[in-house]
Write a protein that binds this ligand. Structure first.
Ligand SMILES: [Zn+2]
Length: 286
């Protein structure tokens, strides 16, 4: 399952350009996209006692489960186990060094049919096929459209930070380009998770001039930051804020980078920010 036609020269130059110190990083980035990883993930998640319910009866594809837990401790454990059990980084590094030193020669043979492969190559090719090992590439238009469809279906809670009298849950796809509060006409709307019931309560308290606890101050501040972005960029800000794990700070970065650009580039920035999030998220949950 190669994403595009892979020529033997591509593989050869990739091997030549790969430096030993990047092997582990490369594995950590690519392994989560393999079938091997997905199955191992499910196995480990069960051992951790994380998986119960429908997935156990095999109703849910391991890929879905693994994606849902991206960036979690179980994901980290899966990677570590795979690298420990299945990969030999020190030896790979040594081989790469010898290739660079031209002590090992790379011989490229283009074969048309699988039957022409040497027994050793056949094992390797079958392994690759079995693991679904793919080469990661830059987000493409198709992927951007997929993310757009996913986010269009997502629900978001909009709260008017100006009057505090508007608090609704809406599907992103149904929103206007510049959503306004129907109560007061302001475009000062905070976009938060549908499950966030705190912000509206805290805002109400604040508008009644009641003293806020430090924790509540923080929630209110986040709300204002979110509303600042929506005021400036409308629906685009709401979309960015609703992406997985993207807070006001990285949302504003996404909006800055894709300002005046095509939709496709906007969603590509979102994809990058989501990836960054799942890479750095240290603990469970959103
Ligand atoms: Zn309002």
């Amino acid at each position: 399952t190669y994403p595009y036609f892979l020529q033997p020269e591509h593989i050869e130059s990739a091997i030549r350009e790969l430096r030993g110190e990047f092997v582990e990083e490369l594995l950590r980035r690519t392994l989560p996209q393999t079938t091997m990883y997905e199955w191992r993930f499910v196995h480990i998640a069960k051992r951790f006692g994380v998986l119960r319910g429908p997935w156990e009866s095999g109703k849910m594809h391991p890929r879905k489960i693994a994606r849902a837990y991206e960036g979690t401790l179980v994901a980290e454990a899966t990677l570590n186990e795979l690298i420990h059990d299945k990969m030999d980084i020190p030896l790979t590094t040594k081989v790469l060094e010898r290739i660079h030193a031209q002590e090992i020669e790379i011989l490229t043979i283009a074969k048309k049919k699988i039957d022409d492969l040497s027994p050793l190559a056949e094992v390797a090719v079958n392994q690759l096929r079995f693991t679904g090992f793919v080469i990661p590439k830059k987000p493409d238009r198709q992927l951007a459209e997929k993310v757009q469809r996913r986010l269009d279906k997502k629900e978001v809670r909009l709260i008017c930070m100006w009057c505090g009298n508007y608090n609704v849950i809406s599907k992103i796809g149904n929103l206007d380009e510049k959503p306004t509060c129907p109560k007061c006409g302001a475009r000062y709307l905070a976009a938060v998770s549908p499950f966030n019931e705190q912000l509206h309560k805290v805002l109400k308290k604040h508008l009644r001039h009641q003293q806020l606890a430090p924790e509540e101050e923080k929630i209110l501040k986040q709300g204002y930051k979110s509303a600042d972005l929506v005021l400036a960029s409308g629906k685009k800000a709401i979309i960015a804020l609703s992406a997985r794990g993207i807070g006001p700070k990285s949302a504003s970065r996404v909006l800055e980078k894709s300002y005046d650009k095509e939709d496709y580039e906007f969603y590509s920035e979102i994809i990058n920010a989501e990836k960054e999030y799942s890479r750095t998220r240290p603990f469970w949950g959103d």
